[in-house]
Design a binder for this molecule. Structure first.
Ligand SMILES: [Zn+2]
Length: 228
């Protein structure tokens, strides 16, 4: 009798734990994991690790996953299909970004003493100018679930195409209009831009990797759920 009672308690506990786990893994309505829709897409979610301009994992990124609103992910699926047909593949650096991560960037930008990653990401800039120059904003399209940072890779070798300038570099070479890239690098950027535009993504003049879905379903909402 005693052991039956113990077993019942154990079963209830197991049930509660599994239910809780399901709740944790559930995305808000209207959001999807990009990998579930596009299994062959490559992810390098920089803010979940330390290879980013802050030099540490960013608040709210518990897992290196890419999440987007469903229509944006569906459009990206078409982009990937078209690129795969000509031997390329997409690689995502960031997708949905919780507001708490944007707040983390702002706190970082206001601390002039923290220049851990200056040499790689902003060698020519003063941290305090990152806001006024448009590299860091108090609100980001990424938090609306309709914006994605990405590049192109060779579908066979997995190697990134040379875009002239690396992801999240704060400087003129990252702009679409710049004299600092070669014709080949410009051509690679144009290829990404052409296919992204075709399926409804708008480019951003300051960052060759940043695209926003024009028909985003939540144009006014800045979400804060964690990436997990
Ligand atoms: Zn971006």
């Amino acid at each position: 009798m005693h052991s039956m009672k113990y077993l019942s308690i154990l079963l209830i506990l197991t049930f509660l734990i599994s239910t809780n786990k399901n709740i944790q893994n559930q995305l808000p309505e209207g959001f999807v994991y990009v990998k579930e829709l596009i299994p062959d897409i490559v992810l390098d979610i920089r803010y979940a690790g330390s290879h980013n301009f802050v030099g540490k994992p960013i608040r709210g990124y518990k897992q290196p996953k890419a999440i987007l609103s469903k229509p944006a992910a569906e459009a990206l699926q078409k982009v990937q299909q078209e690129l795969k047909d000509v031997g390329y593949c997409l690689k995502i650096f960031d997708a949905y970004r919780p507001q708490r991560a944007v707040n983390h960037f702002m706190e970082w930008a206001r601390n002039p003493g923290d220049t851990l990653m200056k040499r790689e990401f902003y060698p020519e800039l003063d941290k305090k100018d990152l806001f006024s120059l448009g590299y860091i904003a108090t609100k980001s399209g990424h938090s609306r679930g309709g914006t994605v940072d990405l590049t192109l890779i060779d579908a066979n070798s997995g190697e990134e195409l040379n875009m002239g300038g690396t992801y999240d570099f704060f400087g003129e070479i990252s702009h679409h209009v710049t004299s600092q890239v070669t014709p080949e690098q410009k051509q690679n950027r144009e290829l990404l831009k052409r296919v992204m535009s075709k399926y409804g993504f708008r480019s951003y003049p300051q960052e060759w990797w940043h695209y926003t879905f024009r028909m985003e379903p939540y144009p006014e909402t800045y979400f804060n759920f964690e990436v997990e």
